[in-house]
Design a protein around this ligand. Structure first.
Ligand SMILES: C[S@@+](CC[C@H](N)C(=O)[O-])C[C@H]1O[C@@H](n2cnc3c(N)ncnc32)[C@H](O)[C@@H]1O
Length: 283
């Protein structure tokens, strides 16, 4: 798979500004970053070549939430060992409320908690470090999963499906339109010794053939969620919950309006650094 490497100069520059820039770029499809904690070097960000859209990049930069000057230049990324790069730069174990720790096989001295999830992140999104993922993790921790059928739509590493399985969900389906994510998900099911999750390559168009589900988790993007919500709702059992994430809190009214148009009832929503996670129920 070919990647593009983009170098972003941001002024003022700091580790925090680079964090925010990385979060904004994730919304344009960038999936890995090399940042400089001290803010002396530019931020480098990587995106799959066939997912790059200059128009989308300009849109997300125009919405940058703080006053800043940002310039960028891009080039084809050299082929290198992306796994080693990821391991070295991007992935620290993540501890969510001392209840769930997400770690990679190369981590040492990982604390034992209620749910220890092992992920080999490769190039798939979903180490838990992004606010959209960590909010979904909290929803899985705080809502009943025992005996539920669960769909993880846009599964990435399948971290969410894996945690839902550990929380007692009985039958799980994960779907992603990126074949790397499907391969990586299979690897992660094995790492966690789970055999009750099926993963499919595809998108919402395959939903009529599977389900229905008691819980649907979709951490994707605003436009995809808006376009596909009708298909999600058609596969959600009465009494079931739809959790959506991957959009800004300012866009919640659009998500809410579509969910209510489709007959769902708003349950609750939260935000972290302006990223939103919302829950709707089918009554
Ligand atoms: C933001 S990541 C979320 C990954 C993981 N579920 C998490 O919460 O960390 C979104 C994922 O959705 C996938 N995706 C994007 N558009 C999709 C679509 N239309 N149908 C299915 N998957 C999609 C991407 O390949 C990516 O792995």
């Amino acid at each position: 798979m070919k990647y593009l490497e983009y170098t972003f100069n941001i002024s003022p520059n700091s580790g925090d500004m680079q964090d925010i820039l990385g979060a904004v770029l994730a919304d344009a499809g960038f999936d890995s970053f090399v940042k400089d904690e001290e803010g002396k070097e530019p931020l480098k960000a990587y995106i799959k070549k066939d997912e790059f859209s200059e128009e989308r990049l300009k849109e997300v930069l125009a919405d940058f939430p703080l006053p800043a000057e940002i310039s960028y230049e891009g080039q084809e990324a050299e082929d290198k060992d992306w796994n080693a790069e990821w391991e070295a730069n991007f992935f620290e174990p993540l501890n969510i409320d001392n209840r769930c720790v997400i770690s990679a096989p190369f981590h040492k001295d990982v604390p034992t908690v209620e749910y220890n999830v092992k992920i080999n992140p490769r190039m798939s999104f979903g180490s838990g470090h992004h606010e959209t993922t960590s909010q979904m993790i909290r929803e899985i921790l705080n809502n009943p999963m025992e005996g539920r059928t669960v769909l993880d739509m846009g599964c990435g590493t399948s971290l969410l499906a894996i945690l839902a399985s550990m929380r007692g969900a009985t039958a799980l389906t994960a779907i992603d339109n990126d074949e790397w994510c499907v391969l990586n998900s299979k690897e992660n099911f094995e790492l966690n010794h789970l055999s009750n999750i099926e993963v499919f390559l595809g998108d919402a168009s395959i939903l009529p053939q599977i389900g229905p589900f008691d819980v649907i988790l979709a951490n994707i993007h605003l436009n995809i969620i808006l376009a596909d919500m009708e298909k999600y709702v058609s596969r959600l059992n009465v009494g079931g919950l739809l959790f959506v994430s991957g959009f800004y809190y300012d866009d919640l009214p659009r998500i809410k309006a579509e969910a209510e148009r489709l007959g769902l009832t708003f349950d609750h929503a939260g935000q972290e650094r302006n990223w939103c996670c919302a829950a709707f129920r089918k009554l």
